[in-house]
Structure formats: structure tokens, C-alpha cells
Design a protein around this ligand. Structure first.
Ligand code: MSP
Length: 674
């Protein structure tokens, strides 16, 4: 953990400071990899910004008020305060296990936070931004949000939620005039392309704002739920948990609505560079939080970044309620903390959903860490030890092979830096791992063993020197991702993380990678393998499966066909955009060998190979009739066997019961349809 006191005494300048926050986590259960994911991401970028020389501040913590936490405490027969104190220890332990260096772990029960919430409420109340009214509606405890009657019905009808997930509520409450900031918010989002990221989330929010935006109920009568911060202007009520929780991001800066009370450095951190969140809490952040800030006259964060979900192999979100939470301790015990941190940021694009499986973890570990990075380090260090006296060799004449490596490292450095600043962790890592891969290839082609045998010491020295330099380059850039293993690799190379920090800063200032950094004659040390290869799944994980009862084969949920006339469930814009539609032309059509109603089509989508698509259109069209027709194809549908023939997509046709016509379009083959 990093204490606030460890910051340098000099105030950071605006351009130099970096501030990032994670959501504050509900203490209604233990942490799982979903929570770890956001926190690792925030920690990694904070470490990177510090490595680059920026003053950085990283805030995380726990969300302790509200019905959900209260119910969890009651279930344990504890007071909410004692329950939270107890669980906070577990959350902090998870963070320390993952080497998370936060600047502050905020709890919404902290006194400075409670004081800030009250001060903000008082200010908004005095300004007439809050009013009292009667609320009638539905409350969804799981998400701690009110939902409209329409939403309530639709989510039950779709089978997503049950009646008992909701509470019917009719009571007097206080409301924040959220609706009156709608246009200002839309204008801000439209004027700032990268305010809400990734772009699909931005579109989702703009879509949401196209509908009416009501006011926000920001209180709970104590008679129903008393676990919260008391409203400063009515002691019968407590503050709505989201209104309270969102303000933590400002508490973390020392903000106060009264400038005389505020910490003078608060606006050196605010606006935050990133409010990092999962996609589940996009609306509360992009709409509630932003309008609260607009009403307070405080600038909006620079970016709200919503990453995707980790889902289990059957597609369910990993989480406590799904009962499929992955144990972080187990992963760390089995593979180590650095491999765990690395996996989550490397495996999927930040923003997209990712399926978790132990097999995938193992394979990623073996490929990137054991085979690529670990192997490069071992080859570089052991040959230097065996043939060159265990010291960084001098550099001789360089050839095109070395010049290529240097160019590649420069390109990787630039990509890495740009992608990291945009939180594209996996792309940054890809660029770096390309250099590691090139280092291994370089060894293969230069054949240092042959150079050694032939007594060509000069060339051997130059080659080994480059391999060690690539190891140093990789260890430097990997410090934020894998602080322990990178430090070990640096130590093997006779360098410290401090030296690496200076190297990175000078390379970034020059805009070029520098593969001449290691002092000649510096002793190196092979030591143990950095990432020993796993030939099979670690025992602790195997044991998990041995103990677990065989999972019941889960039937794939068949999407229910809506009844005729029944309201069709609305889908998010982002969901629609997952479907890739392409223009194709039917080149060939044949009768399906096992089904009268099906045709087997060969459709050209402008790809190297035509697709085989099985279509149930025989009732309307003969094989000859459809050849040459341009059609719209769902191109990213998982292939499926239809009566023994694999169909690699689907063509669109009109008609619910009977095919009336094929959807055709006058556009070039391969063109995307939106
Ligand atoms: N307390 C609110 C947040 C208030 S912020 C002012 C809350 N807490 S939570 O405990 O439910 O945490 C939600 C966050 O945990 C998500 O936004 C995400 O950052 C992380 N994750 C929880 N489960 C996850 C996955 N399965 N996958 C990825 N991250 C997810 O909401």
C-alpha cells in the first residue's frame, strides 16, 4: 500500500498529475476476479504514469451504505458497521495480495466523506436543486436503483428478474433535479468524443439520453432503511447510496464546496483522468454522477471508461450472485501474483467481455511468459554466463539484424506508450511481446552456439549484448504489469527498477527505444527460471475439479420466441452492433441431402473462401432461382450443423412463418450492412 505521505512534497502541476479511481465495491460479500480486474487495471496504469515521471493518485475503496449491505449484515446477525469493518479487512487483503498500491482506500463511512456528502447536499438544497415529492415505483435491491414500471414489467417478462427482486415503494422522498441537466450533458458528450469510452458505451449513453430523463430520488426514509448518511436538512431521511457513493471520487481529492475548507490541491487531481468502471454501472456514472457535478458546478471527469465483464464458460457474468466467483488466492497461489495481473490485462481488449477458463490461463502463461519472455531471459543470461564470463559483453559492429531489432523496439515503445495512455493494455502488451518474440527469433537465426563453437567471440558478444538489452527493455515496460517478476529480471541483469525508470523516461523524451543501456562489464546472474513452464494444470486447481461435483450439463438457453403481438424486448445499441451483416452473392445452390426444406448455398462474401450456408428457403425458391442473387448475411454467427451440414452464417429473409422474399441489397459484395 502506498501512503498519501509517500507523495513528493512539491505540488504536482496540472499537466503532470494523473488521477484515477475504481468503483468503490459493495461490502456484501468477498471480492472476486471481477473486482480484482478493475483494481489491477487502475494499479497498472498508475504505476505506468509514475514510471513516466508523472505524479499519480489512485483511489479505491468500499461502498458501505444502502439496503444491499444492510441486508448482508443482517444475514450475518451483525450491525452494518461491524459487518463492514470485518469485510474491509478481506478487501484490503485481496488488494495487498495483488500488489495493489492505492493512495487511499476510501470507505463511505469515513468521516471526511460523510462530511463532504452533507456539505454537497446542503449546497444543492440551498440552491433549490433538491425538492421533496411523493415517490411511487419499483426498487431493484440488487443494483440499488429505482426502475420504471415499464422496465419492471419487461425485465420480469423476459425472465431476467423475478418479482421478488423488486420492492414496491410508495413514500415521500427528496429528488435531485437531474432531468434539467440533460441537454447540457448531451452537449458535453457530443463535444467530447472520448469522454465516455469505449465508443459503444458512449453511443449507449447517448441512446439512453434520447429518452426522457426524470429527476433522481436521492433519499430513503429512515423508517424503511436507516443505514446511510443522514440528510442535513431532514433527519428523518438518509442519503440514497449512489448519491453518497459517487461523491467519493471528490472526497479522494480533498474537495469541499466551500473553497475555504477545501484542500487547496484538490483541483490538481480533479478532473480525474479516468473514472474507471465496469459496464454494469455505466448509467449511474455517465448520467447520475455527471449531472450531479453539473449541478455542483464542478468540472466533469476527463474520461469515464467502462470495461467489459469477465464471464464464465457458460456466458454468465462472474460474480457472487452467480455463484461462479473465481478465487483470487487460488490463482495467485498456483500461478503467482504477476502472472495473474498479466493474464487479465493481456487476454482481452479492455472494454470487451472475456470468458474465463483455467485452461486459457495456463495456455497464456505458457505461451507468453514461460516460452517467450522466460525463455528469452534464460537463453540470454545462461549463454552470457557460460560463454562470456557472466558479464554484459561489449558491443561490436552492428548489422541489419540488429538495426531491425532497434527499429522494432522503437516502434513498440511508441505503440506501447500511446496504447497505455488510452488504457489499451492488451495492445500495449502485444507490441512489447512482438519485440520479445523477435528477440527469440534473433537468437535462432544468429545461432550464438555456432558463433561460440567457431570462436567468433566478437559477433557472439554483439548478439548476446542485444539479447540482454531486449530483456532490459522488456523488464522496464513490464514493471507496471508485473512489478515483482520485472524487478527480478532487472536484478538478474544487474539493474534496479530506479535505473529502469530513468531509462524509460529518457527513451520517451527521445521518442526512440535505446538498446545501448547496459553498462559493459556489469555482472549478470541466471538464477532460477523466471516463469517455469507448467506441463499440466497446477495441483491446487486440479483438486478444485476433483472435489467439485460434476457440473450438470447446462442446456444452452434458447432465446424465447416472442408471442405474436407481445411486446418485443428492447436491446441495447451495443448488442445490435455485435451482429455483423455483410453483402454476399449466392454462387451455387443445391438441395440439402437430408432435408427437403433446406438448400445448401455457397455464398461469396468477398472473403478468400466462399461460405457454405444452409437456408430454409426451399418452400419459396428453387436452387436455380437464387443463384446470382445478392443477399444480406449474418457473418459472425457461430457455425452450426443443420441436419449434418455445417452452416457458416445465415441469410436474411422476410416472413415470420413462411419465406416471402430474401433481403437483397444493391451494394458491392463484402460490404458491411448496418
Ligand atoms: N458500489 C457500486 C459502485 C459505486 S462507485 C461510486 C458497485 N459495486 S460492486 O461491488 O458491485 O462492483 C462493481 C464493479 O466491480 C464493476 O463495475 C466492475 O468494475 C467490477 N466487476 C464486478 N464483477 C465483474 C465481472 N464479472 N467482470 C468484470 N468486472 C466486474 O457497483
Amino acid at each position: 500500500m502506498r501512503g498519501i505521505g509517500t507523495r513528493s512534497n512539491e505540488s504536482p502541476t496540472l499537466a503532470d498529475s494523473f488521477y484515477i479511481t475504481t468503483p468503490i465495491y459493495y461490502v456484501n460479500g468477498s471480492p472476486h476476479i471481477g473486482h480484482a480486474y478493475t483494481t489491477i487495471a487502475a494499479d497498472t496504469i498508475t504505476r505506468y504514469q509514475r514510471l513516466k515521471g508523472r505524479e499519480a493518485r489512485f483511489l479505491t475503496g468500499t461502498d458501505e451504505h444502502g439496503q444491499k449491505v444492510l441486508e448482508a449484515a443482517e444475514a450475518r446477525g451483525m450491525t452494518p458497521r461491524a459487518h463492514c469493518d470485518d469485510l474491509v479487512v478481506v478487501w484490503k487483503a485481496m488488494m495487498s495480495r495483488l500488489n495493489i498500491e492505492y493512495d487511499r482506500f476510501i470507505r463511505t463511512t469515513d468521516s471526511d466523506h460523510e462530511a463532504l456528502v452533507k456539505a454537497v447536499l446542503t449546497k444543492l438544497w440551498e440552491r433549490g436543486e433538491i425538492y421533496k415529492d411523493e415517490y411511487v415505483g419499483w426498487y431493484l435491491v440488487k443494483d440499488e436503483v429505482f426502475v420504471t414500471g415499464k422496465d419492471h414489467e419487461a425485465r420480469i417478462a423476459s425472465g431476467e428478474l423475478k418479482e421478488e427482486d423488486f420492492r414496491k415503494i410508495k413514500e415521500a422522498n427528496y429528488f435531485f433535479k437531474m432531468g434539467s441537466y440533460k441537454q447540457q450533458l448531451v452537449d458535453h458528450i457530443e463535444a467530447n468524443d472520448d469522454f465516455i469510452q469505449p465508443e459503444n458505451r458512449r453511443n449507449e449513453v447517448l441512446g439512453f439520453l434520447r429518452k426522457d430523463l426524470g429527476d433522481l430520488c436521492i433519499s430513503r426514509p429512515k423508517s424503511r432503511m436507516s443505514w446511510g448518511i443522514e440528510l442535513p436538512f431532514d433527519s428523518e431521511f438518509v442519503t440514497y447510496v449512489w448519491f453518497d457513493a459517487l461523491l467519493n471520487y471528490l472526497t479522494g481529492t480533498g474537495y469541499h464546496p466551500d473553497p475555504d475548507v477545501a484542500d487547496p490541491s484538490w483541483n490538481q487531481w480533479w478532473p480525474a483522468d479516468f473514472n474507471l468502471i465496469g459496464k454494469d454501472i455505466l448509467t449511474t456514472h455517465s448520467v447520475y454522477w455527471t449531472t450531479m457535478l453539473l449541478a455542483m458546478g464542478v468540472p466533469l471527469p476527463k474520461h469515464i471508461y467502462a470495461h467489459g465483464w469477465w464471464v464464465s464458460s457458460d456466458g454468465d457474468k462472474i460474480g457472487k450472485s452467480a455463484g461462479n466467483a473465481i478465487d483470487i488466492d487460488l490463482l495467485v497461489d498456483a500461478f503467482g501474483v504477476d502472472a495473474t495481473r498479466f493474464f487479465f490485462l493481456r487476454e482481452i481488449r479492455f472494454g470487451a467481455d472475456g470468458g474465463f477458463s483455467y485452461e486459457q490461463f495456463l495456455s497464456r502463461y505458457n505461451t507468453d511468459l514461460a516460452n517467450d519472455l522466460g525463455n528469452l531471459a534464460h537463453r540470454g543470461l545462461s549463454m552470457t554466463t557460460n560463454w562470456l564470463g557472466g558479464q554484459v559483453p561489449p558491443l561490436g559492429e552492428i548489422t541489419d539484424a540488429e538495426r531491425d531489432l532497434r527499429e522494432l523496439a522503437t516502434a513498440a515503445l511508441r505503440t506501447f506508450d500511446t496504447e497505455m495512455d488510452a488504457l489499451h493494455y492488451s495492445r500495449a502488451l502485444s507490441a512489447l511481446l512482438d519485440v520479445v518474440g523477435a528477440g527469440n527469433k534473433y537468437i535462432d537465426t544468429q545461432q550464438p552456439w555456432a558463433l561460440n563453437k567457431a570462436g567468433n567471440t566478437k559477433r557472439l558478444q554483439t548478439v548476446k549484448r542485444h539479447v540482454l538489452e531486449i530483456c532490459y527493455f522488456a523488464a522496464t515496460l513490464l514493471l507496471p504489469f508485473m512489478p515483482e517478476k520485472s524487478a527480478i529480471l532487472l536484478e538478474k541483469l544487474g539493474r534496479s527498477p530506479h535505473a529502469a525508470e530513468r531509462s524509460l523516461q529518457s527513451m520517451l523524451a527521445a521518442g526512440r527505444a535505446n538498446l545501448d543501456q547496459l553498462p559493459e562489464g556489469l555482472p549478470v546472474n541466471v538464477g532460477d527460471q523466471l516463469f517455469p513452464r507448467f506441463r499440466e494444470m497446477p495441483d491446487a486447481i486440479q483438486a478444485l475439479f476433483a472435489e467439485a461435483p460434476a457440473p450438470k450439463p447446462k442446456k444452452a438457453k434458447k432465446p424465447k420466441k416472442p408471442k405474436k403481438g407481445a411486446p418485443v424486448e428492447e436491446i441495447e445499441f451495443g448488442d445490435f452492433m455485435k451482429v455483423q451483416l455483410k453483402v454476399g452473392v449466392i454462387q451455387k445452390a443445391e438441395q440439402h441431402p437430408n432435408a427437403d426444406r433446406l438448400l445448401v448455398l455457397s455464398v461469396d462474401l468477398g472473403e478468400p473462401q466462399p461460405r457454405t450456408i444452409v437456408a430454409g428457403i426451399k418452400s419459396k425458391f428453387s436452387a436455380e432461382e437464387v443463384v446470382g442473387r445478392k443477399v444480406v448475411v449474418v457473418a459472425n454467427l457461430k457455425p452450426a450443423k443443420l441436419r449434418g451440414v455445417e452452416s457458416q452464417g445465415m441469410i436474411l429473409a422476410a416472413g415470420e412463418k413462411e419465406v416471402l422474399d430474401l433481403v437483397g441489397v444493391d451494394a458491392p459484395v463484402g460490404e458491411i450492412v448496418r
